[in-house]
Design a protein around this ligand. Structure first.
Ligand SMILES: [Zn+2]
Length: 297
């Protein structure tokens, strides 16, 4: 079982000081993928960085500006280019002059696909300066290191705050839920490697973009990984019954799941199957996809 953490005291639009160097403002965009909403982090005091400005909501833009009144936002950083993370970067820049850093949208995928995939699809986004893996971005009293963590999105970046041995982990690791891995941009094999990469750094605390922080970091990541491996085991078990499509398997693998999340669950099953095909444990009667039959090797 994953030791989920879900309790969080907050009010939409209010900036809370959650650690010596960190403030958080939550956007009013709750939902099945965003939990209570997007948590925008403000790092430092006086000259600050903003991580994940959030969705295109005027009231959230005004809340960030109110929280930083009398201060200067020098950097706007994005963890990835989903609709609840990066779109407010440009409007916030227009009001503050801050430089935008992150990674650009993955080529050829933004604004494509159908409406039901909108939550896990990249949006159009270009930073002023793309970050590089390991790059340090420093300000008055704070140092943030970019750590590439592909998996949830191919362009996912976490940011480590040196002064607090803390990690802003975006949607890579979330306390309230597992994260969605949706191909083609989501990649399970990369995701496992990115979990290991964070685990190896021994952070004291993780600050996801949605929900409260994770303080029991190492056991939490272990449980997160075990959950994925258990799902793989269930998929392999299910395939013992013979060749099947993802549409046939998903309701059996996700009994009791909120129906709104079934399309996302199906995409997660596809992500697992692509990984298992790569490991030569499963074969597909063509390039892995929803119209294919999968079987055990
Ligand atoms: Zn998100």
């Amino acid at each position: 079982m994953i030791p989920f953490v879900r309790d969080m005291a907050f009010e939409y639009g209010r900036a809370d000081q959650v650690s010596p160097l960190i403030r958080r403002v939550v956007a009013n965009n709750p939902g099945p993928f965003t939990y209570l909403g997007t948590g925008t982090y403000i790092i430092g005091r006086g000259e600050v960085a903003v991580i994940d400005p959030g969705p295109l909501l005027d009231e959230h833009l005004e809340a960030i500006l109110a929280a930083t009144a009398g201060e200067r936002i020098t950097h706007i950083l994005t963890t990835h280019t989903h609709h609840d993370h990066s779109p407010l970067a440009r409007p916030l820049q227009n009001r503050t002059g801050a430089v935008i850093q992150g990674l650009p949208e993955p080529a050829g995928q933004a604004d494509e696909g159908d409406e039901e995939e909108k939550e896990v699809r990249p949006v159009r986004f270009q930073p002023d300066h793309p970050v590089t893996d390991g790059q340090v971005i420093a300000g008055l009293g704070w140092r943030l290191e970019a750590i590439f963590t592909p998996g949830h999105a191919s362009n996912h970046v976490c940011y480590a705050l040196a002064e607090e041995n803390a990690l802003f982990c975006g949607d890579h690791i979330m306390g309230w839920s597992t994260t969605v891995i949706s191909p083609p941009d989501g990649d399970m094999t990369a995701y496992y490697a990115s979990l290991d990469k964070v685990q190896a750094r021994n952070f004291d605390i993780l600050w996801p973009t949605h929900g409260p922080p994770i303080t029991e970091v190492s056991p939490f990541i272990d449980a997160y990984r075990r959950h994925r491996l258990a799902r793989e085991g269930q998929i392999l078990m299910q395939l013992r019954a013979g060749p099947q499509t993802i549409g046939e398997m998903t309701p059996l693998l996700y009994r009791g799941l909120d129906k709104r999340l079934h399309p996302a669950a199906a995409r997660s099953v596809l992500a697992h199957l692509i990984h298992l095909v790569g490991e030569h444990k499963v074969r597909s009667d063509g390039p892995p996809g929803f119209d294919r039959h999968f079987s055990l090797v």
